[in-house]
Write a protein that binds this ligand. Structure first.
Ligand code: SF4
Length: 370
């Protein structure tokens, strides 16, 4: 078992672009939810036997909304299976408006040793249409405060491909994050998800959908500036200084097992995947609250391409040969993309070239077995 993910399904506000599972009206049942998550943790950790976890990740939703005593309860439950100081990494996602000296001290007492801070943009207008709960100044102060309090192990989330974003604005955003000298940066292109407020505003014409070409140009600038600054582009959306890759997230991309706890959380044990219901009430009632399925050979193949092709190492040809029967279509697709200079091959690995990185999902989908 490589990692435990705990989903905290609470948020202060609903960001306009977000389609994750969360609720903004949770005050009446937050104790019950924490208790339910604790119960699921207890039961599922008991099933682990010798397969002990190496990372713990609090995601959401907004885990920084948890009080110290709520977080302590969840950490103590994990600690009964494995002492927290023996885990390689304990990450908590934090929104800038929740970051105070008191909160930082509490997170440290609970054993958190890595923070993931959702900055997203330094443009107040972006934060406004995104309906983020923080201001640009709060973002800046939060990072300063975290670093002043000795939290060096940070990752910053930043978004590109935003409406009206210019290349020069985007460069300024990147430079500002670089000035903080953080060990890890994640950067995601805005996607317009079905059912979000953003989708509604784009459909009504209130927000103009950004052009793909602009997002591609911004992605290229991102790679260029971060690589120049010494970050390794080790996954399509993730950049790390030497030795600072996210241990928890790396296990998703390398096909290791992980256990997801809480509403909407996903798990994978190497053969079977499981997903909990994306509904707080059903989750707490334990009513139709999860589904699982054993991956077919074909699904395993597709999943492998989808995740591994996004990594710097790429797809292992030895693994493919051992695990699957390689068909003619695979060799034809590989040849086509190598000739297009979108893929490169060594004896062992097949990986994306710089121009391939701009089309990662498309290239992976061309390898899918249907
Ligand atoms: S804080 Fe995060 S999880 Fe919550 S709505 Fe915003 S983007 Fe989604």
């Amino acid at each position: 078992m490589s990692g435990i993910y705990i989903h905290i399904p609470f948020c202060a506000k609903k960001c306009s672009y977000c389609d994750f599972h969360f609720s903004t009206s949770f005050t009446g049942y937050r104790d019950k939810m924490i208790h339910s998550i604790q119960q699921e943790l207890e039961t599922r950790l008991a099933d682990l036997k010798e397969d002990s976890p190496s990372t713990l990740y609090f995601g959401g939703g907004t885990p920084s909304l948890l009080t110290e005593s709520e977080l302590q309860k969840l950490c103590a439950t994990v600690g009964r299976i494995k002492p927290l100081n023996e885990l390689d990494e304990i990450t908590l996602e934090a929104n800038p408006e929740d970051i105070t000296e008191l909160a930082i001290a509490g997170w440290k007492r609970c054993g958190v040793n890595r923070l993931s801070i959702g900055i997203q943009s330094f443009n107040p207008e972006d934060l406004s249409w995104m309906n983020r709960a923080h201001t640009v100044d709060q973002s800046r102060n939060a990072v300063k405060l975290v670093q002043a309090n000795g939290f060096e192990n940070l990752t910053i989330d930043l978004m590109y491909g935003l409406p009206n974003m210019t290349i020069s604005q985007w460069k300024d955003h990147i430079q500002e994050v670089l000035s903080w000298n953080v060990p890890h940066i994640s950067s995601y292109c805005l996607t317009i998800e079905k059912g979000t407020l953003l989708e509604k505003k784009v459909r009504s014409g209130e927000i103009i959908q950004p052009q793909d070409d602009d997002a591609i140009a911004q992605f290229e600038v991102l790679i260029e500036l971060l690589e120049e600054a010494g970050y390794e582009h080790y996954e399509i959306s993730n950049f790390a200084k030497k030795g600072q890759r996210s241990k928890h997230n790396s296990s998703y991309w390398t096909g290791n097992s992980y256990m997801g706890i809480g509403p909407s959380a996903h798990s994978f044990d190497g053969k079977k995947r499981r997903w909990n219901v994306s509904n707080n009430s059903l989750y707490m009632k334990r009513q139709d609250w999860f589904e699982d399925e054993v991956l077919t050979k074909q699904e395993h193949w597709n999943e492998y391409f989808l995740t591994r092709l996004r990594t710097a190492e790429g797809v292992s040809l030895t693994f493919l040969t051992k695990q699957f029967e390689l068909k003619d279509e695979f060799f034809a697709t590989k040849k086509k993309f190598i000739e297009a200079n979108w893929l490169q091959e060594t004896n062992e690995y097949l990986f994306l070239t710089p121009s391939g990185k701009l089309r990662a999902d498309y290239i992976a989908s061309e390898f899918f077995r249907v």
